[in-house]
Design a protein around this ligand. Structure first.
Ligand code: SAM
Length: 215
């Protein structure tokens, strides 16, 4: 069964504040730029931004490689409305779709890259597994998955800082993240060469970048 989405800042009425909050607190631009570099999108390739929210990363991917096809998917129509407005102001060509990660409505084996930023800590363990299984289906053999999300706390201070995220987003969906379980879940879903490629200390805990290949 597909799950419902949890909004970007847990409550619908906070969604309009999401972009300024992220910019101010999470080194958003630098980390998303690093993610875009890691995705390394090439002309002619097709990329999915899973849980695209207000489409900041989707737009950055499209700007990094205008000759690629970039598609965003999110469960929240309010976040997508903000995203559509940003897309038209940015003057880039991307498609934004409404849908859930574990039921992403695209044909199998049609993406070269799937990128996802700050989605997986909104999913419980089963939701993470289902979303990863769907990503595996959507990627072509040799296609790559790139995730930016909360990872294993790098220090006691980072662990305490992360409690603020857990109080907002809930312990059920965030505990696997802070225990560093994402790589194991990605491996279990049938991906190869799973690696944590970067860690960053932020005001709210440790953010990790992961990379994996669909065999
Ligand atoms: C913290 S926001 C991140 C948004 C964006 N990727 C970013 O980095 O700014 C998490 C997003 O995941 C979406 N989301 C949560 N659960 C989802 C699900 N099961 N399927 C699709 N989207 C989901 C929310 O609607 C929200 O827009």
């Amino acid at each position: 069964m597909a799950t419902r989405y949890i909004p970007a800042l847990r409550f619908d009425w906070l969604t309009r504040f999401y972009d300024p909050v992220l910019r101010a607190t999470l080194k958003e631009e630098a980390l998303k730029r690093r993610l875009v570099e890691q995705v390394d999108l090439r002309p002619g390739q097709r990329a999915l931004d899973l849980g695209c929210g207000t489409a900041t990363l989707t737009i950055m991917l499209a700007r990094a490689c205008p000759e690629a096809e970039v598609v965003g998917l999110d469960g929240d129509p309010r976040a997508l409305a903000i995203g559509r407005d940003k897309v038209s102001r940015a003057g880039v060509t991307v498609e934004l779709h409404e849908g859930l990660a574990d039921a992403a409505p695209f044909p199998a084996s049609t993406f070269d890259r799937v990128a996802s930023s700050l989605l997986f800590h909104h999913l419980d363990a089963d939701g993470k597994r289902r979303a990863l299984a769907r990503v595996r289906e959507l990627l072509r053999p040799g296609g790559e998955l790139h995730i930016l999300d909360w990872g294993r706390a790098g220090s006691a201070l980072m662990r305490v800082a992360f409690l603020s995220v857990q109080l907002l987003d809930g312990f059920r969906t965030t505990t696997d993240n802070v225990r560093g379980r994402l790589p194991a879940l990605i491996t279990e879903a049938g991906f190869a060469d799973v690696a944590e490629t970067h860690r960053a200390r932020t005001l709210f805990g440790t953010l990790s970048l992961y990379r994996a290949v669909r065999p």
